[in-house]
Design a protein around this ligand. Structure first.
Ligand SMILES: [Zn+2]
Length: 159
């Protein structure tokens, strides 16, 4: 693993070993300057049979909105997920990451941060702006997670 990759992962607090950072740059997106990090998500083995004999067939590139310390400079991780075909069982598969749920473009870290901001007395507009997500996303995070809140509240250890 290159020290470049380690350095960016340290910076972004990403520990997944299957993510390899390749490049970073600034880019204008919708008239706004963004920090872009390019990374590849490795599929190490066939999820069906565990075989390491994989035939690589391109990538699916997802732009993931990530946490940023500076709200005026949003961070996007452009994650290229490996698509592979297993030579042993013939199944196709695509690399998956804990960084983001399948079919979602908001990082799980961002959702957690939105969720923790929602427990403070703050407006959805300011939370959305600070986390580079839409107000709709903030509302969705609130909706998706409210039942988990109740669950975890009920199971809090009594001390
Ligand atoms: Zn297989």
């Amino acid at each position: 693993m290159s020290s470049f990759n380690n350095c960016i992962k340290f910076d972004l607090d990403i520990k997944e070993k299957n993510i390899v950072f390749k490049d970073y740059f600034y880019k204008m997106v919708q008239m706004k300057k963004h920090k872009i990090y390019e990374a590849e998500l490795i599929q190490p083995a066939c999820p069906y049979c565990g075989s390491l004999a994989l035939l690589h067939n391109g990538h699916l590139v997802t732009n993931i909105r990530y946490l940023t310390a500076n709200a005026s400079l949003p961070v996007i991780i452009r994650l290229a997920k490996q698509r592979v075909k297993c030579r042993d069982c013939d199944h196709w598969s695509m690399a998956q990451s804990e960084l983001v749920n399948k079919y979602c473009s908001i990082s799980n870290a961002s959702k957690l941060k939105v969720l923790s901001a929602l427990t403070e007395d703050r407006s959805m507009t300011s939370i959305a702006r600070e986390n580079n997500v839409s107000i709709n996303t903030v509302q969705r995070v609130l909706g998706n997670c409210s039942h988990r809140f109740i669950d975890s509240y009920e199971y809090l250890p009594s001390s």
